[in-house]
Ligand binder design. Structure first.
Ligand code: NAI
Length: 244
């Protein structure tokens, strides 16, 4: 039996990157997986196939995590298809970097909105089940800040405050909420950084390497499973010991 056998997990933005690694890790531990992404294209279909190979139930849903309406609709659909929701990973996120003085309203709104989440739609279901684990994907820049990423770090700090508040609001209903703050993880999001920026990051990481999506997925598994049954309202940095 796996650590998540019999549980259903929603992972947002999981067609690729960290979200995909989390969905695969959860499936390997027996969870049924509902994942979302903006579109379910070839990437998403491949993710579906790779998850199905673990013999669990899986479905990818095209849904925009920035839309309140889309989110409510897709959670209702997932609940109908899967019958329950035990784990929610708010992973979908984007960057639109720039210095504050040059930042447009659109750059600000896009990042803040996408980095919002499914909590509002999922918690009534988790409350009826009297259990649930919510994991918000934050970032080390949400803890320490980062020049040129005011919009992104504000949204990631928001994910941390939100996890802590939900932990307090819904702990008595058996719902836990925590945040993961990854450092420099090698995915398509970070692939667009220049070689100089990457070299600079590596110098600041005591373990002297960028993290892998699996490094993050291992912590997500811990927080999703009963291994962390008495852990709530916490932020776990997955950053190779980086001290920003
Ligand atoms: P990625 O860009 O490789 O993957 C993100 C996925 O989310 C993509 O499949 C994308 O289509 C999807 N997505 C974007 N906007 C969406 C929306 N509105 N609705 C639904 N899906 C949407 O990113 P990566 O690196 O896998 O990041 C995943 C999460 O981890 C993000 O929240 C990111 O901010 C966070 N993170 C990543 C770090 C890194 O170094 N890669 C470091 C710290 C945090």
């Amino acid at each position: 039996m796996g650590l998540l056998t019999g549980k259903t997990a929603i992972v947002t933005g999981a067609a690729r990157g960290i979200g995909k690694a989390i969905a695969l890790k959860f499936a390997a531990e027996g969870a049924n997986i509902a994942f979302t992404d903006l579109v379910i294209d070839e990437n998403g279909q491949n993710t579906e196939k790779e998850i199905a190979a673990y013999g669990v139930k899986v479905k990818g849903y095209a849904s925009n995590a920035a839309s309140f309406e889309d989110t409510a609709k897709v959670v209702e659909e997932i609940h109908k298809d899967f019958g329950r929701i035990d784990i929610l990973v708010n992973n979908a996120g984007i960057t639109r970097d720039g210095l504050m003085m040059r930042m447009s309203e659109q750059q600000w709104d896009m990042v803040i909105n996408v980095n919002l989440n499914f909590i509002h739609a999922c918690t009534p279901i988790m409350m009826r089940q009297k259990q649930g684990s919510i994991i918000n994907m934050a970032s080390v820049v949400g803890v320490h800040g980062n020049a040129g990423q005011c919009n992104y770090s504000a949204s990631k700090a928001g994910m941390i405050g939100l996890a802590k508040s939900i932990a307090q609001e819904l702990g008595s209903r058996g719902i836990r909420a925590n945040a993961i703050a990854p450092g420099f993880i090698i995915t398509e999001m970070t692939a667009k950084l220049s070689d100089e920026v990457k070299a600079e990051w590596n110098k600041r990481i005591p373990l002297r390497r960028g993290g892998t999506p699996e490094d993050v997925a291992n912590i997500a598994l811990f927080l999703a499973s009963d291994m962390s049954s008495y852990v709530s309202g916490q932020v776990i940095q997955v950053d190779g010991g980086m001290n920003m």
